[in-house]
Design a protein around this ligand. Structure first.
Ligand code: DGT
Ligand code: CA
Ligand code: CA
Length: 578
Protein backbone atom coordinates (compact mmCIF):
# COMPACT_ATOMS: atom_id res chain seq x y z
CA UNK A 1 0.00 0.00 0.00
CA UNK A 2 1.44 3.40 -0.90
CA UNK A 3 2.51 5.41 2.11
CA UNK A 4 2.09 9.17 1.75
CA UNK A 5 4.18 11.84 3.39
CA UNK A 6 1.04 12.79 5.31
CA UNK A 7 0.89 9.24 6.74
CA UNK A 8 4.49 9.40 7.96
CA UNK A 9 3.85 12.87 9.41
CA UNK A 10 0.72 11.65 11.20
CA UNK A 11 2.59 8.76 12.83
CA UNK A 12 5.38 11.08 14.01
CA UNK A 13 2.81 13.49 15.39
CA UNK A 14 1.14 10.63 17.27
CA UNK A 15 4.47 9.51 18.67
CA UNK A 16 5.15 13.05 19.89
CA UNK A 17 1.77 13.18 21.60
CA UNK A 18 2.13 9.77 23.20
CA UNK A 19 5.62 10.60 24.42
CA UNK A 20 4.38 13.85 25.85
CA UNK A 21 1.65 11.97 27.61
CA UNK A 22 4.33 9.84 29.28
CA UNK A 23 6.20 12.96 30.32
CA UNK A 24 9.12 12.02 28.11
CA UNK A 25 12.10 14.27 27.52
CA UNK A 26 10.78 17.42 25.83
CA UNK A 27 13.67 17.45 23.35
CA UNK A 28 12.67 14.02 22.18
CA UNK A 29 9.05 15.14 21.84
CA UNK A 30 10.13 18.18 19.88
CA UNK A 31 12.30 16.09 17.57
CA UNK A 32 9.28 14.00 16.52
CA UNK A 33 7.08 17.03 16.15
CA UNK A 34 9.71 18.70 13.98
CA UNK A 35 10.05 15.52 11.93
CA UNK A 36 6.30 15.45 11.39
CA UNK A 37 6.36 18.99 10.07
CA UNK A 38 9.44 18.53 7.89
CA UNK A 39 8.12 15.31 6.35
CA UNK A 40 4.70 16.86 5.77
CA UNK A 41 6.29 19.75 3.93
CA UNK A 42 8.31 17.75 1.41
CA UNK A 43 6.97 18.05 -2.09
CA UNK A 44 8.39 14.77 -3.37
CA UNK A 45 6.96 11.40 -2.39
CA UNK A 46 9.34 10.02 0.24
CA UNK A 47 8.13 6.41 0.18
CA UNK A 48 8.23 6.29 -3.60
CA UNK A 49 11.77 7.57 -3.68
CA UNK A 50 12.88 5.04 -1.08
CA UNK A 51 11.14 2.26 -2.97
CA UNK A 52 13.26 3.11 -5.99
CA UNK A 53 16.35 2.82 -3.81
CA UNK A 54 17.12 6.49 -4.16
CA UNK A 55 18.80 8.28 -1.29
CA UNK A 56 16.77 10.93 0.47
CA UNK A 57 18.13 14.46 0.56
CA UNK A 58 19.27 15.64 3.98
CA UNK A 59 16.19 16.79 5.86
CA UNK A 60 16.60 19.40 8.61
CA UNK A 61 16.63 17.94 12.11
CA UNK A 62 16.32 14.35 10.87
CA UNK A 63 19.20 12.26 12.13
CA UNK A 64 19.98 8.59 11.77
CA UNK A 65 17.34 7.34 14.15
CA UNK A 66 14.51 9.33 12.58
CA UNK A 67 15.70 8.40 9.08
CA UNK A 68 15.47 4.76 10.04
CA UNK A 69 11.94 5.33 11.29
CA UNK A 70 10.98 7.07 8.06
CA UNK A 71 12.23 4.03 6.18
CA UNK A 72 10.36 1.70 8.50
CA UNK A 73 7.09 3.57 8.00
CA UNK A 74 7.61 3.93 4.26
CA UNK A 75 8.15 0.19 3.96
CA UNK A 76 5.52 -1.10 6.39
CA UNK A 77 3.00 1.70 6.89
CA UNK A 78 3.51 1.62 10.63
CA UNK A 79 6.13 2.13 13.30
CA UNK A 80 6.99 -0.25 16.12
CA UNK A 81 7.63 2.62 18.54
CA UNK A 82 4.19 4.06 17.96
CA UNK A 83 2.57 0.66 18.49
CA UNK A 84 4.51 0.20 21.71
CA UNK A 85 3.55 3.61 23.02
CA UNK A 86 -0.06 3.19 21.97
CA UNK A 87 -0.27 -0.13 23.79
CA UNK A 88 0.96 1.49 26.99
CA UNK A 89 -1.52 4.38 26.69
CA UNK A 90 -5.13 3.78 27.70
CA UNK A 91 -7.53 3.33 24.79
CA UNK A 92 -9.50 6.45 23.92
CA UNK A 93 -6.61 8.68 24.86
CA UNK A 94 -5.84 9.83 21.33
CA UNK A 95 -9.37 11.12 20.84
CA UNK A 96 -8.88 13.17 23.99
CA UNK A 97 -5.58 14.49 22.71
CA UNK A 98 -7.20 15.65 19.50
CA UNK A 99 -9.84 17.68 21.25
CA UNK A 100 -9.19 21.44 20.86
CA UNK A 101 -8.16 22.81 24.23
CA UNK A 102 -6.65 19.58 25.52
CA UNK A 103 -2.95 18.90 25.41
CA UNK A 104 -0.98 16.04 26.94
CA UNK A 105 -0.59 17.88 30.23
CA UNK A 106 -4.31 18.31 30.77
CA UNK A 107 -5.03 14.80 29.51
CA UNK A 108 -2.62 13.49 32.12
CA UNK A 109 -4.45 15.42 34.83
CA UNK A 110 -7.79 14.06 33.62
CA UNK A 111 -6.44 10.50 33.67
CA UNK A 112 -4.93 10.80 37.08
CA UNK A 113 -7.49 12.85 38.96
CA UNK A 114 -10.79 11.79 37.39
CA UNK A 115 -10.00 8.53 35.62
CA UNK A 116 -11.20 10.12 32.40
CA UNK A 117 -9.73 8.13 29.50
CA UNK A 118 -12.14 8.77 26.63
CA UNK A 119 -14.39 11.41 25.09
CA UNK A 120 -17.49 9.74 26.52
CA UNK A 121 -16.01 9.79 30.02
CA UNK A 122 -15.04 13.41 29.55
CA UNK A 123 -18.62 14.31 28.66
CA UNK A 124 -19.90 12.57 31.76
CA UNK A 125 -17.36 14.25 34.04
CA UNK A 126 -18.14 17.67 32.56
CA UNK A 127 -21.88 17.17 32.92
CA UNK A 128 -21.37 16.18 36.57
CA UNK A 129 -19.39 19.37 37.13
CA UNK A 130 -16.28 17.42 38.09
CA UNK A 131 -13.90 19.09 35.63
CA UNK A 132 -14.14 22.45 37.32
CA UNK A 133 -12.80 20.96 40.53
CA UNK A 134 -9.41 20.35 38.90
CA UNK A 135 -6.75 22.97 39.28
CA UNK A 136 -6.32 24.92 36.05
CA UNK A 137 -9.73 24.01 34.61
CA UNK A 138 -12.63 26.14 35.92
CA UNK A 139 -16.28 26.36 34.90
CA UNK A 140 -15.58 28.10 31.60
CA UNK A 141 -13.07 25.48 30.49
CA UNK A 142 -15.48 22.77 31.56
CA UNK A 143 -18.14 24.21 29.30
CA UNK A 144 -15.75 24.69 26.36
CA UNK A 145 -14.48 21.13 26.65
CA UNK A 146 -17.99 19.73 26.95
CA UNK A 147 -19.09 21.55 23.80
CA UNK A 148 -16.00 20.45 21.92
CA UNK A 149 -16.40 16.82 23.04
CA UNK A 150 -20.07 16.74 22.08
CA UNK A 151 -19.28 18.27 18.69
CA UNK A 152 -16.52 15.71 18.17
CA UNK A 153 -18.74 12.78 19.10
CA UNK A 154 -21.49 14.00 16.81
CA UNK A 155 -19.38 14.56 13.72
CA UNK A 156 -17.12 12.48 11.59
CA UNK A 157 -13.61 13.64 11.09
CA UNK A 158 -13.02 16.20 8.36
CA UNK A 159 -9.76 16.46 6.44
CA UNK A 160 -7.86 19.65 5.77
CA UNK A 161 -8.03 20.56 2.10
CA UNK A 162 -4.28 20.14 1.58
CA UNK A 163 -4.24 16.70 3.21
CA UNK A 164 -7.29 15.53 1.26
CA UNK A 165 -5.52 16.85 -1.84
CA UNK A 166 -2.58 14.59 -1.26
CA UNK A 167 -4.81 11.51 -1.11
CA UNK A 168 -6.95 12.74 -4.00
CA UNK A 169 -4.14 13.31 -6.44
CA UNK A 170 -2.68 9.83 -6.20
CA UNK A 171 -6.11 8.25 -6.46
CA UNK A 172 -6.97 10.38 -9.49
CA UNK A 173 -3.67 9.47 -11.16
CA UNK A 174 -4.41 5.80 -10.48
CA UNK A 175 -7.93 5.98 -11.92
CA UNK A 176 -6.77 7.87 -14.99
CA UNK A 177 -4.68 4.84 -15.88
CA UNK A 178 -7.74 2.61 -16.30
CA UNK A 179 -8.27 1.77 -19.93
CA UNK A 180 -10.94 3.78 -21.73
CA UNK A 181 -11.28 6.35 -18.95
CA UNK A 182 -11.82 9.78 -20.43
CA UNK A 183 -11.81 12.00 -17.41
CA UNK A 184 -11.56 11.88 -13.64
CA UNK A 185 -12.72 14.92 -11.66
CA UNK A 186 -12.94 15.53 -7.95
CA UNK A 187 -16.19 17.40 -7.27
CA UNK A 188 -17.85 18.19 -3.91
CA UNK A 189 -16.43 20.52 -1.28
CA UNK A 190 -12.95 19.76 -2.61
CA UNK A 191 -13.72 21.50 -5.88
CA UNK A 192 -15.32 24.37 -3.98
CA UNK A 193 -11.98 24.76 -2.15
CA UNK A 194 -13.54 24.43 1.27
CA UNK A 195 -10.90 24.57 4.00
CA UNK A 196 -11.83 21.06 5.14
CA UNK A 197 -13.59 18.26 3.28
CA UNK A 198 -15.80 15.53 4.69
CA UNK A 199 -15.29 13.10 1.83
CA UNK A 200 -14.12 13.04 -1.77
CA UNK A 201 -16.68 12.86 -4.56
CA UNK A 202 -15.04 11.60 -7.72
CA UNK A 203 -16.67 11.51 -11.13
CA UNK A 204 -15.37 9.29 -13.89
CA UNK A 205 -16.46 9.29 -17.49
CA UNK A 206 -15.48 6.46 -19.76
CA UNK A 207 -15.63 5.64 -23.49
CA UNK A 208 -17.92 2.64 -23.09
CA UNK A 209 -19.90 0.75 -20.46
CA UNK A 210 -17.26 -1.95 -20.37
CA UNK A 211 -14.60 0.65 -19.73
CA UNK A 212 -16.75 2.14 -16.95
CA UNK A 213 -17.09 -1.25 -15.26
CA UNK A 214 -13.36 -1.79 -15.51
CA UNK A 215 -12.80 1.59 -13.84
CA UNK A 216 -15.15 0.63 -10.99
CA UNK A 217 -13.24 -2.59 -10.44
CA UNK A 218 -9.96 -0.74 -10.53
CA UNK A 219 -11.30 1.64 -7.87
CA UNK A 220 -12.15 -1.15 -5.43
CA UNK A 221 -8.72 -2.67 -5.98
CA UNK A 222 -6.86 0.52 -5.11
CA UNK A 223 -4.10 -0.35 -2.63
CA UNK A 224 -5.21 2.22 -0.07
CA UNK A 225 -8.78 0.95 0.20
CA UNK A 226 -9.44 -0.28 3.72
CA UNK A 227 -13.11 -1.01 3.40
CA UNK A 228 -15.64 -1.10 0.57
CA UNK A 229 -18.89 0.38 1.87
CA UNK A 230 -20.96 -0.08 -1.26
CA UNK A 231 -20.34 -1.15 -4.81
CA UNK A 232 -22.69 -1.11 -7.77
CA UNK A 233 -22.61 -0.71 -11.54
CA UNK A 234 -22.12 3.03 -11.57
CA UNK A 235 -21.31 4.02 -8.02
CA UNK A 236 -19.14 2.88 -5.16
CA UNK A 237 -18.04 4.12 -1.77
CA UNK A 238 -14.89 3.16 0.04
CA UNK A 239 -12.92 4.17 3.10
CA UNK A 240 -9.19 4.62 2.60
CA UNK A 241 -6.58 3.57 5.14
CA UNK A 242 -6.29 7.20 6.20
CA UNK A 243 -9.98 7.17 7.20
CA UNK A 244 -10.97 9.37 4.26
CA UNK A 245 -14.17 8.25 2.55
CA UNK A 246 -14.39 8.37 -1.24
CA UNK A 247 -17.57 8.23 -3.31
CA UNK A 248 -17.09 7.39 -6.97
CA UNK A 249 -19.62 7.66 -9.75
CA UNK A 250 -19.40 6.80 -13.39
CA UNK A 251 -21.36 9.27 -15.47
CA UNK A 252 -22.56 9.02 -19.06
CA UNK A 253 -21.16 11.62 -21.43
CA UNK A 254 -24.45 13.39 -22.13
CA UNK A 255 -24.85 13.98 -18.37
CA UNK A 256 -21.26 14.90 -17.57
CA UNK A 257 -21.97 18.60 -16.94
CA UNK A 258 -25.14 17.98 -14.95
CA UNK A 259 -23.38 15.40 -12.79
CA UNK A 260 -20.40 17.66 -12.25
CA UNK A 261 -22.75 20.45 -11.26
CA UNK A 262 -24.85 18.29 -8.97
CA UNK A 263 -21.94 16.66 -7.15
CA UNK A 264 -19.98 19.87 -6.85
CA UNK A 265 -22.81 21.28 -4.77
CA UNK A 266 -23.14 22.78 -2.40
CA UNK A 267 -26.38 21.16 -1.49
CA UNK A 268 -27.80 24.61 -0.70
CA UNK A 269 -26.79 25.91 -4.13
CA UNK A 270 -28.38 22.88 -5.80
CA UNK A 271 -31.60 23.34 -3.91
CA UNK A 272 -31.74 27.04 -4.83
CA UNK A 273 -31.23 26.15 -8.51
CA UNK A 274 -33.88 23.45 -8.30
CA UNK A 275 -36.30 26.04 -6.98
CA UNK A 276 -35.59 28.23 -10.03
CA UNK A 277 -36.25 25.18 -12.20
CA UNK A 278 -39.58 24.48 -10.57
CA UNK A 279 -40.69 28.04 -11.29
CA UNK A 280 -39.96 27.37 -14.97
CA UNK A 281 -41.66 23.94 -14.84
CA UNK A 282 -38.30 22.27 -15.39
CA UNK A 283 -36.57 19.47 -13.54
CA UNK A 284 -32.85 19.49 -12.75
CA UNK A 285 -30.88 16.58 -11.38
CA UNK A 286 -27.56 14.81 -11.84
CA UNK A 287 -28.62 13.56 -15.29
CA UNK A 288 -29.53 16.89 -16.82
CA UNK A 289 -32.17 19.59 -17.07
CA UNK A 290 -35.51 18.22 -18.26
CA UNK A 291 -38.68 19.65 -19.70
CA UNK A 292 -41.08 16.79 -19.20
CA UNK A 293 -39.16 13.74 -20.40
CA UNK A 294 -36.92 15.68 -22.71
CA UNK A 295 -33.36 16.52 -21.70
CA UNK A 296 -32.64 20.10 -22.68
CA UNK A 297 -29.19 20.49 -21.12
CA UNK A 298 -26.52 18.61 -19.20
CA UNK A 299 -23.51 17.90 -21.36
CA UNK A 300 -21.56 20.78 -19.82
CA UNK A 301 -21.97 22.87 -16.67
CA UNK A 302 -22.34 25.96 -18.85
CA UNK A 303 -25.33 24.34 -20.58
CA UNK A 304 -27.04 23.79 -17.21
CA UNK A 305 -26.69 27.41 -16.16
CA UNK A 306 -27.58 28.66 -19.63
CA UNK A 307 -31.08 27.18 -19.39
CA UNK A 308 -31.69 29.63 -16.57
CA UNK A 309 -30.17 32.54 -18.46
CA UNK A 310 -27.14 32.47 -16.17
CA UNK A 311 -23.41 32.56 -16.83
CA UNK A 312 -21.22 29.77 -15.44
CA UNK A 313 -20.66 30.26 -11.70
CA UNK A 314 -17.23 29.42 -10.24
CA UNK A 315 -17.45 26.49 -7.78
CA UNK A 316 -16.00 28.54 -4.89
CA UNK A 317 -19.11 30.74 -4.97
CA UNK A 318 -21.67 27.95 -4.97
CA UNK A 319 -22.87 28.22 -1.37
CA UNK A 320 -26.24 29.89 -1.90
CA UNK A 321 -24.86 33.13 -0.56
CA UNK A 322 -26.27 35.36 -3.27
CA UNK A 323 -24.31 33.96 -6.23
CA UNK A 324 -27.41 33.01 -8.24
CA UNK A 325 -28.84 36.48 -7.78
CA UNK A 326 -25.50 38.08 -8.70
CA UNK A 327 -25.27 35.86 -11.79
CA UNK A 328 -28.76 36.85 -12.86
CA UNK A 329 -27.90 40.53 -12.55
CA UNK A 330 -24.57 40.13 -14.34
CA UNK A 331 -22.76 41.10 -11.13
CA UNK A 332 -20.69 37.98 -10.50
CA UNK A 333 -17.26 38.93 -9.16
CA UNK A 334 -14.28 38.35 -11.42
CA UNK A 335 -12.44 36.27 -8.84
CA UNK A 336 -8.78 36.78 -8.03
CA UNK A 337 -6.39 34.12 -9.35
CA UNK A 338 -2.98 32.87 -8.26
CA UNK A 339 -1.46 34.51 -11.34
CA UNK A 340 -2.71 37.91 -10.16
CA UNK A 341 -0.34 37.86 -7.16
CA UNK A 342 2.72 40.06 -7.65
CA UNK A 343 4.45 39.15 -4.43
CA UNK A 344 4.21 37.93 -0.87
CA UNK A 345 4.09 40.02 2.29
CA UNK A 346 4.79 37.50 5.06
CA UNK A 347 7.85 35.24 5.17
CA UNK A 348 10.47 34.01 7.62
CA UNK A 349 14.10 32.94 7.29
CA UNK A 350 16.64 31.03 9.35
CA UNK A 351 17.17 34.17 11.42
CA UNK A 352 14.08 33.07 13.37
CA UNK A 353 12.02 29.92 12.85
CA UNK A 354 12.27 29.71 9.06
CA UNK A 355 14.38 27.01 7.47
CA UNK A 356 15.91 28.78 4.48
CA UNK A 357 18.46 31.57 4.25
CA UNK A 358 17.58 35.06 3.13
CA UNK A 359 19.35 34.42 -0.17
CA UNK A 360 17.46 31.17 -0.80
CA UNK A 361 14.10 32.76 -0.01
CA UNK A 362 14.93 35.59 -2.44
CA UNK A 363 15.94 33.12 -5.15
CA UNK A 364 12.75 31.11 -4.69
CA UNK A 365 10.63 34.27 -4.88
CA UNK A 366 12.44 35.28 -8.07
CA UNK A 367 11.85 31.86 -9.56
CA UNK A 368 8.14 32.34 -8.97
CA UNK A 369 8.22 35.65 -10.76
CA UNK A 370 7.43 37.75 -7.70
CA UNK A 371 8.16 41.47 -7.93
CA UNK A 372 8.51 41.69 -4.16
CA UNK A 373 8.87 39.60 -1.04
CA UNK A 374 8.58 40.98 2.48
CA UNK A 375 10.74 39.38 5.14
CA UNK A 376 8.74 39.53 8.36
CA UNK A 377 10.45 37.69 11.20
CA UNK A 378 8.96 37.22 14.63
CA UNK A 379 9.81 39.79 17.31
CA UNK A 380 11.65 39.03 20.56
CA UNK A 381 8.61 38.06 22.63
CA UNK A 382 8.20 34.89 20.57
CA UNK A 383 11.14 33.20 22.21
CA UNK A 384 10.39 29.71 20.83
CA UNK A 385 10.93 31.18 17.36
CA UNK A 386 14.06 33.03 18.49
CA UNK A 387 12.31 36.35 17.71
CA UNK A 388 14.35 39.42 16.76
CA UNK A 389 15.32 42.19 19.16
CA UNK A 390 16.12 45.67 17.76
CA UNK A 391 19.83 44.84 17.29
CA UNK A 392 19.24 41.64 15.35
CA UNK A 393 16.50 43.32 13.33
CA UNK A 394 18.88 46.16 12.41
CA UNK A 395 21.41 43.58 11.25
CA UNK A 396 18.81 41.90 9.06
CA UNK A 397 17.79 45.25 7.59
CA UNK A 398 21.42 45.85 6.59
CA UNK A 399 21.65 42.37 5.08
CA UNK A 400 18.48 42.98 3.04
CA UNK A 401 19.78 46.32 1.78
CA UNK A 402 22.99 44.64 0.67
CA UNK A 403 21.14 41.78 -1.03
CA UNK A 404 18.67 44.11 -2.75
CA UNK A 405 21.58 45.88 -4.43
CA UNK A 406 22.39 42.62 -6.23
CA UNK A 407 18.87 41.37 -7.04
CA UNK A 408 17.24 41.68 -10.44
CA UNK A 409 13.46 41.84 -10.85
CA UNK A 410 12.77 41.24 -7.17
CA UNK A 411 12.71 43.72 -4.31
CA UNK A 412 12.96 42.42 -0.78
CA UNK A 413 10.92 44.48 1.63
CA UNK A 414 12.13 44.95 5.17
CA UNK A 415 9.44 43.96 7.59
CA UNK A 416 8.62 42.41 10.93
CA UNK A 417 5.81 40.30 12.30
CA UNK A 418 5.68 42.21 15.53
CA UNK A 419 3.93 40.68 18.50
CA UNK A 420 0.88 42.42 19.87
CA UNK A 421 1.30 42.24 23.63
CA UNK A 422 -1.53 41.61 26.06
CA UNK A 423 -2.18 45.34 26.58
CA UNK A 424 -2.22 46.06 22.84
CA UNK A 425 1.24 47.61 22.75
CA UNK A 426 3.83 46.35 20.27
CA UNK A 427 6.78 44.18 21.19
CA UNK A 428 9.34 46.57 19.63
CA UNK A 429 9.91 50.31 20.10
CA UNK A 430 9.00 52.73 17.33
CA UNK A 431 12.68 53.42 16.74
CA UNK A 432 13.05 49.78 15.61
CA UNK A 433 9.94 49.87 13.39
CA UNK A 434 10.68 53.22 11.79
CA UNK A 435 13.34 52.03 9.29
CA UNK A 436 11.12 49.20 7.99
CA UNK A 437 9.04 49.05 4.80
CA UNK A 438 6.17 47.30 6.54
CA UNK A 439 5.02 46.12 9.94
CA UNK A 440 2.73 43.13 10.28
CA UNK A 441 1.05 42.97 13.68
CA UNK A 442 0.18 39.57 15.13
CA UNK A 443 -1.23 37.96 18.25
CA UNK A 444 0.66 34.88 19.47
CA UNK A 445 -0.27 34.74 23.15
CA UNK A 446 -3.13 35.26 25.61
CA UNK A 447 -5.67 33.63 23.31
CA UNK A 448 -8.21 33.26 26.09
CA UNK A 449 -9.02 36.89 26.86
CA UNK A 450 -12.69 37.87 26.97
CA UNK A 451 -14.20 39.13 23.74
CA UNK A 452 -14.17 42.71 24.99
CA UNK A 453 -10.56 42.62 26.12
CA UNK A 454 -9.28 40.73 23.08
CA UNK A 455 -10.99 43.16 20.73
CA UNK A 456 -9.72 46.16 22.67
CA UNK A 457 -6.22 44.75 22.61
CA UNK A 458 -6.15 44.33 18.84
CA UNK A 459 -7.84 47.66 18.16
CA UNK A 460 -5.21 49.34 20.35
CA UNK A 461 -2.41 47.77 18.31
CA UNK A 462 -4.08 48.95 15.12
CA UNK A 463 -3.83 52.52 16.42
CA UNK A 464 -0.09 52.38 15.78
CA UNK A 465 0.74 54.38 12.66
CA UNK A 466 3.40 51.76 11.89
CA UNK A 467 1.16 48.74 11.51
CA UNK A 468 0.20 48.10 7.85
CA UNK A 469 -1.16 44.58 8.05
CA UNK A 470 -2.88 42.52 10.73
CA UNK A 471 -1.69 38.90 10.44
CA UNK A 472 -3.99 35.86 10.81
CA UNK A 473 -6.72 38.00 12.40
CA UNK A 474 -8.57 35.31 14.37
CA UNK A 475 -5.64 33.07 15.28
CA UNK A 476 -7.48 29.83 14.66
CA UNK A 477 -5.70 26.64 13.70
CA UNK A 478 -8.10 24.38 11.86
CA UNK A 479 -9.02 21.44 14.11
CA UNK A 480 -6.46 22.43 16.70
CA UNK A 481 -7.23 25.85 18.09
CA UNK A 482 -10.45 27.78 18.14
CA UNK A 483 -10.32 31.39 16.92
CA UNK A 484 -9.89 33.88 19.70
CA UNK A 485 -13.05 35.62 20.66
CA UNK A 486 -13.05 38.97 18.85
CA UNK A 487 -15.52 41.36 17.32
CA UNK A 488 -14.35 40.95 13.73
CA UNK A 489 -16.58 43.70 12.39
CA UNK A 490 -14.98 46.16 14.80
CA UNK A 491 -11.55 45.05 13.59
CA UNK A 492 -12.53 45.34 9.95
CA UNK A 493 -13.85 48.85 10.54
CA UNK A 494 -10.72 49.87 12.41
CA UNK A 495 -8.69 48.53 9.49
CA UNK A 496 -10.72 50.75 7.19
CA UNK A 497 -10.20 53.81 9.38
CA UNK A 498 -6.46 53.22 9.74
CA UNK A 499 -5.68 52.10 6.19
CA UNK A 500 -4.60 48.66 7.38
CA UNK A 501 -4.90 45.49 5.30
CA UNK A 502 -6.07 42.20 6.81
CA UNK A 503 -4.01 39.12 6.11
CA UNK A 504 -5.46 35.94 4.72
CA UNK A 505 -2.81 33.52 5.90
CA UNK A 506 -2.50 30.85 3.19
CA UNK A 507 -1.10 28.13 5.43
CA UNK A 508 -3.55 25.21 5.05
CA UNK A 509 -3.84 24.92 8.82
CA UNK A 510 -4.76 28.57 9.23
CA UNK A 511 -6.64 29.95 6.20
CA UNK A 512 -7.54 32.84 8.42
CA UNK A 513 -9.32 35.25 7.43
CA UNK A 514 -12.19 32.90 6.87
CA UNK A 515 -14.27 33.14 3.69
CA UNK A 516 -17.03 34.95 5.58
CA UNK A 517 -14.61 37.52 6.99
CA UNK A 518 -13.02 38.07 3.56
CA UNK A 519 -16.38 39.05 2.28
CA UNK A 520 -16.96 41.26 5.29
CA UNK A 521 -13.65 43.03 4.57
CA UNK A 522 -14.61 43.51 0.93
CA UNK A 523 -18.03 44.88 1.85
CA UNK A 524 -16.40 47.36 4.21
CA UNK A 525 -13.80 48.40 1.63
CA UNK A 526 -10.80 46.85 3.40
CA UNK A 527 -7.95 45.26 1.45
CA UNK A 528 -6.93 41.67 2.11
CA UNK A 529 -3.43 40.38 1.47
CA UNK A 530 -2.98 36.73 0.66
CA UNK A 531 0.26 35.76 2.38
CA UNK A 532 2.15 32.49 2.51
CA UNK A 533 3.76 32.92 5.97
CA UNK A 534 6.51 30.89 4.31
CA UNK A 535 8.98 29.17 6.60
CA UNK A 536 10.68 27.38 3.69
CA UNK A 537 11.01 27.86 -0.04
CA UNK A 538 8.30 25.29 -0.77
CA UNK A 539 5.77 27.10 1.40
CA UNK A 540 5.07 29.56 -1.41
CA UNK A 541 3.03 26.68 -2.87
CA UNK A 542 0.49 27.28 -0.09
CA UNK A 543 -0.60 30.51 -1.75
CA UNK A 544 -3.02 28.51 -3.87
CA UNK A 545 -5.02 27.56 -0.77
CA UNK A 546 -5.11 31.20 0.25
CA UNK A 547 -6.37 32.10 -3.20
CA UNK A 548 -9.05 29.39 -2.90
CA UNK A 549 -10.24 30.90 0.36
CA UNK A 550 -10.11 34.43 -1.09
CA UNK A 551 -12.26 33.28 -4.00
CA UNK A 552 -14.74 31.72 -1.56
CA UNK A 553 -14.83 35.18 0.00
CA UNK A 554 -15.78 36.76 -3.35
CA UNK A 555 -12.50 38.67 -3.60
CA UNK A 556 -11.43 40.18 -6.90
CA UNK A 557 -7.98 41.28 -7.96
CA UNK A 558 -8.67 44.83 -6.80
CA UNK A 559 -9.56 43.61 -3.29
CA UNK A 560 -6.17 41.98 -2.75
CA UNK A 561 -3.22 44.15 -1.73
CA UNK A 562 -0.46 41.95 -3.12
CA UNK A 563 -1.83 41.99 -6.65
CA UNK A 564 -0.56 45.56 -6.82
CA UNK A 565 2.66 46.68 -8.43
CA UNK A 566 5.56 47.52 -6.13
CA UNK A 567 4.94 51.22 -6.68
CA UNK A 568 1.26 51.02 -5.74
CA UNK A 569 2.07 48.79 -2.76
CA UNK A 570 4.61 51.32 -1.49
CA UNK A 571 2.00 54.06 -1.68
CA UNK A 572 -0.35 51.96 0.43
CA UNK A 573 2.40 51.24 2.97
CA UNK A 574 3.39 54.91 3.23
CA UNK A 575 -0.05 55.95 4.41
CA UNK A 576 -0.33 57.07 8.01
CA UNK A 577 3.40 57.11 8.48
CA UNK A 578 4.25 60.49 7.01
P1 DGT B 1 -18.37 17.51 2.55
O1 DGT B 1 -18.11 16.22 1.88
O2 DGT B 1 -19.09 17.39 3.83
O3 DGT B 1 -17.12 18.34 2.72
O4 DGT B 1 -19.33 18.41 1.61
P2 DGT B 1 -19.86 18.13 0.13
O5 DGT B 1 -20.42 19.41 -0.36
O6 DGT B 1 -18.78 17.51 -0.69
O7 DGT B 1 -21.08 17.17 0.37
P3 DGT B 1 -21.34 15.64 0.04
O8 DGT B 1 -20.09 14.87 -0.13
O9 DGT B 1 -22.29 15.17 1.08
O10 DGT B 1 -22.14 15.69 -1.32
C1 DGT B 1 -21.51 16.08 -2.52
C2 DGT B 1 -22.44 16.94 -3.29
O11 DGT B 1 -23.60 16.19 -3.70
C3 DGT B 1 -23.02 18.10 -2.52
O12 DGT B 1 -22.15 19.20 -2.49
C4 DGT B 1 -24.26 18.38 -3.29
C5 DGT B 1 -24.73 17.03 -3.73
N1 DGT B 1 -25.75 16.55 -2.80
C6 DGT B 1 -25.59 15.69 -1.79
N2 DGT B 1 -26.76 15.48 -1.17
C7 DGT B 1 -27.68 16.23 -1.78
C8 DGT B 1 -29.09 16.45 -1.60
O13 DGT B 1 -29.71 15.90 -0.71
N3 DGT B 1 -29.69 17.32 -2.45
C9 DGT B 1 -29.00 17.94 -3.43
N4 DGT B 1 -29.66 18.78 -4.23
N5 DGT B 1 -27.70 17.77 -3.63
C10 DGT B 1 -27.05 16.92 -2.82
CA1 CA C 1 -17.78 15.50 -0.24
CA1 CA D 1 -19.92 12.48 -0.66
Amino acid sequence: MPVHNADIARIFEEIAELLELEDANPFRVRAYRNAARVVGEQRFDIAERLAQDEALPKLPGIGEDLSAKIKEIAATGSCALRERLAKRAPAGITELLHLPGLGPKRVRTLNRELEVHSLAQLVRAAKDGRLRTLSGFGAKTEKTLLDAALAQLGTTKRFKLAVAGEYASSLVAYLEKARGVKSVVVAGSYRRMKETVGDLDILVSAETDTAAQAAMRRFAEYGEVKKVLAQGETRASVVLASGLQVDLRVVPRESAGAALHYFTGSKAHNIALRRMAQAKKLKVNEYGVFRGERRIAGETEESVYKVFGLPWIPPELREDQGELEAARQGRLPKLVTLEDLKGDLHAHTKATDGRASLEDMAKAAQARGFAYLAITEHSRRVTVAHGLDPQRLARQVAAIDALNATLKGLTLLKGIEVDILEDGSLDLPESALEPLDLVVGAVHSNFKLSRARQTERILAAMESPFVSILAHPSGRLIDAREPYDVDMLAIVRKAKAQGIALELNAHPERLDLSDVHCRMAKDEGVLVCVSSDAHSIDDFDNLRYGIGQARRGWLEKGDVLNTRSLGALKKFLARGRA
